[in-house]
Design a binder for this molecule. Structure first.
Ligand SMILES: Nc1ncnc2c1ncn2[C@@H]1O[C@H](COP(=O)(O)OP(=O)(O)O)[C@@H](O)[C@H]1O
Ligand SMILES: [Mg+2]
Length: 231
């Protein structure tokens, strides 16, 4: 059973009377526990691809199967339920809710699931990312690296099967990036989560088992354990 299967995925935007195809028939399949990177230059379609994989957006053609459920057969509420059940997210700009404290941000996914003891679980996660003393602080009172650690705690709160990270270190300096990335891989290994990492940093990508390179919305090649397979 695959956790994520992408079949002939194509996305075309129409704007100003013109059609722009930003993804061209992308295919890949991930098994549970795989770690996978998507690398490519800015504008190559990485974020669009992640959005389709997570059911945040609809493909023009082709399909995405998340945990063997075909996303385009579901309505918006059903897709949101699947996301809450299976998926965690990490964004380049953290996307913490500014009116909630660090602790409350981590509690959100747990409360959406109606889990009891959300506060305690969230506190344990904050401790795991080294921010046990910062739970009462608001995002603006935290540095970028600290905000990203809170968002890691939030992403893992649901014990997701699948974690999507879109340029998770894009807004961080080198030292802070290293801390956040080490923590991301550690938490991922502990939880056995399938990781889909988007980056333009080949060194970061090389920490995952598989790497696909995309250019102009098409897969150029795939690296599996450093061996190149032409796309
Ligand atoms: N809503 C949209 N309407 C039109 N074009 C879009 C839209 N979203 C993204 N694009 C275009 O799709 C291409 C891929 O964007 P994106 O997926 O954000 O790339 P990346 O994440 O690799 O930088 C870009 O050319 C971008 O301008
Ligand atoms: Mg992007």
């Amino acid at each position: 059973m695959s956790i994520l299967r992408v079949e002939n995925l194509t996305k075309t935007y129409s704007s100003g009377g013109r059609e722009l195809t930003v993804l061209h028939s992308v295919n890949f399949t991930l098994e549970p526990g795989d770690t996978f990177s998507i690398v490519g230059p800015s504008g190559s379609g990485k974020t669009t691809l992640l959005g389709l994989c997570a059911g945040l957006d609809r493909a023009s053609s082709g399909s995405v199967y998340l945990n063997d459920v075909r996303l385009d057969t579901l309505n918006e509420d059903q897709r949101a339920a699947i996301r809450n059940q299976y998926v965690g997210f990490i964004f380049q700009n953290f996307q913490l809710l500014p009116t909630l404290t660090a602790l409350e941000n981590v509690m959100v996914p747990l409360e959406l699931r109606g889990e009891r003891g959300a506060g305690k679980a969230a506190q344990a996660l904050l401790e795991r990312v080294g921010l046990g003393q910062r739970g009462h602080h608001y995002p603006t009172q935290l540095s970028g690296g600290e905000q990203q650690r809170v968002s890691l705690a939030r992403a893992f709160a649901n014990r997701p099967k699948l974690l999507f990270a879109d340029e998770p270190t894009g807004n961080l300096d080198a030292d802070t990036s290293a801390t956040v990335v080490d923590l991301l891989f550690e938490l991922n290994r502990e939880a056995g989560t399938t990781l889909v990492l988007v980056t333009h940093d080949m060194e970061l990508a090389s920490r995952t088992q598989r790497v696909i390179r995309i250019k102009g919305g098409a897969v150029v090649n795939e690296l599996v354990n450093d061996r190149i397979i032409e796309g």
